[in-house]
Ligand binder design. Sequence first.
Ligand code: GLU
Ligand code: ZN
Length: 291
Amino acid sequence: MITRFAPSPTGPLHLGHAYSAILAHDMAHAAGGTFLLRIEDIDRARARPAWETAIFDDLTWLGLTWPQPVMRQSGRLPAYRAALQALWDRGLLYPCTCTRRDILEAASAPQEGAPPQGPDGVIYPGTCRARAHTSPLPDTALRLDLARALATLPPLAFTETGPARPGTHRPDRDAMLHGIGDPVLARRDFGTSYHLAVVVDDAAQGVTHVTRGADLFEATPIHVLLQALLGLPTPVYHHHRLIRDAAGQRLAKRDDARAIALYRAEGATPDQVRRMVGLCAPSARRGADAG
Ligand code: GLU
Ligand code: ZN
């Protein structure tokens, strides 16, 4: 078993990250497997070396270990470009020049209220899909032609072991077309997108079990689709509960009040942090591992 924790170095780690990282680490260790750390820093404008250092510090303090060197997405652009090229050569991508505002306006039918939302926000209305493009793979934003991509594949399936929706999931073609739309696979400023990078990297690292927050469950069909298109294995998915604050709000990265560093500064122990997120202490875990 290979699991991973894949934070973006754009802010402090909070209790929700601690839960996600410890869960992935403990799952791998319980199975005699490997826990990996991956730095998801494709957003060069927001990623900061200081946040990356803080991630290493916090996770080390929590008692987690991982093999070196750590994979950084900023060093992986050639791999993403190769995947885009393969999809482009099969006619599955098209350039998109729409701004957020263009998409909102095109998607908003008069009198029908707010336009439908998918995992990436407003569902793309397909404005640029039919535009002629014959050039080599351009440096623009690129979207996947979802209908065309689905038509090349047998039905999709993945295994989920998380507590909310365990079992085999078979993403439905029509539900994907209407509930997701054509996803962005390359942003003009990044040369890739979250969806493409995470799929290419999970495969490159041999990740067998993707553990991550339940907020990413709706994005999983996109990832399973990309794996099928690129000939990559589909890992097992484990979407875990989200850690909420006392008022039931999800913890955001910017909510410094819940930063692990703050609890550390106030003198909390790693065991206390484990208990705060509902996990048992490592002493109990070590006993379990030994037995
Ligand atoms: N980098 C993503 C995040 O910070 C995690 C992506 C994933 O686990 O698939 O939310
Ligand atoms: Zn467009």
